[in-house]
Design a binder for this molecule. Structure first.
Ligand code: HEC
Length: 189
């Protein structure tokens, strides 16, 4: 049962894909205009939403004590710092040098948080978005972690001097964002 706008994932793991995207179905259908989507009536969109929610209600819970649950929680905490930083950079959040520096320290505190929670997947059936390349290409994954850590440490080195303007932190924050994205491009579905 194909869902418009969603490609089959590389592994062809449809069930996983359905579970992980079901929660976002409503916002995706209503707010993202995707050229692969044929025009659909509001009624049809609503039905798809309900379908998505029903699917997610079946088996979308991740055990918070599982490795998957723990690493996802760590990434959410990281996001809690990177999001306001990115918001300031884009002007969505009012610039505040002290808050900026505090969120940069938050990233430093969490710099190692997710990485211990990537054991071999084994028999786990917890919902997750990690690609098998994490385990088949451990050197590449380690290099992506290192690049991220260097970028975060560099950002903190700058913010510890005191943040007076966005211009001062634009480059090191952009480097952190690129390090997140580079890893997601290669190792996250
Ligand atoms: C070295 C690789 C790597 C880096 C660096 C990285 N991530 Fe991720 N991230 C992942 C992987 C892999 C997942 C999928 C985890 C899973 O579900 O198994 C993920 C998942 C996430 C999630 C989803 C968590 C959830 O609730 O399921 C968020 C949010 C996230 N990352 C934010 C960030 C942000 C923000 C940064 C940078 C500040 C970042 N990540 C840096 C690899 C990385």
């Amino acid at each position: 049962m194909p869902i418009p706008g969603h490609r089959r994932s590389r592994t062809g793991d449809w069930q996983h894909r359905l579970q992980s995207c079901a929660v976002n179905q409503c916002s995706t259908f209503f707010f993202v205009s995707d050229e692969t989507m044929p025009p659909a009536s509001p009624f049809k969109l609503l039905s798809l939403c309900i379908l998505g929610l029903t699917l997610s209600a079946c088996s979308n819970q991740v055990d918070p004590n599982s490795p998957e649950g723990q690493r996802q929680a760590a990434f959410k905490q990281i996001l809690g710092h990177s999001e306001p930083l990115g918001g300031m950079l884009l002007g969505r959040v009012a610039f505040d040098g002290e808050a900026f520096a505090a969120h940069a320290e938050g990233l430093v505190e969490l710099i190692d948080a997710p990485w211990a929670h990537f054991p071999e997947p084994g028999e786990s059936n917890q919902r997750n978005a990690s690609r098998p390349e994490i385990w088949s290409d451990p050197e590449g994954f380690a290099a992506a972690i290192d690049a991220y850590k260097s970028a975060v440490n560099e950002l903190a080195a700058v913010t510890r001097e005191g943040v007076d303007s966005l211009d001062q932190v634009r480059q090191p924050l952009t480097a952190v964002q690129q390090a997140c994205k580079a890893c997601h491009d290669d190792y996250r579905r």
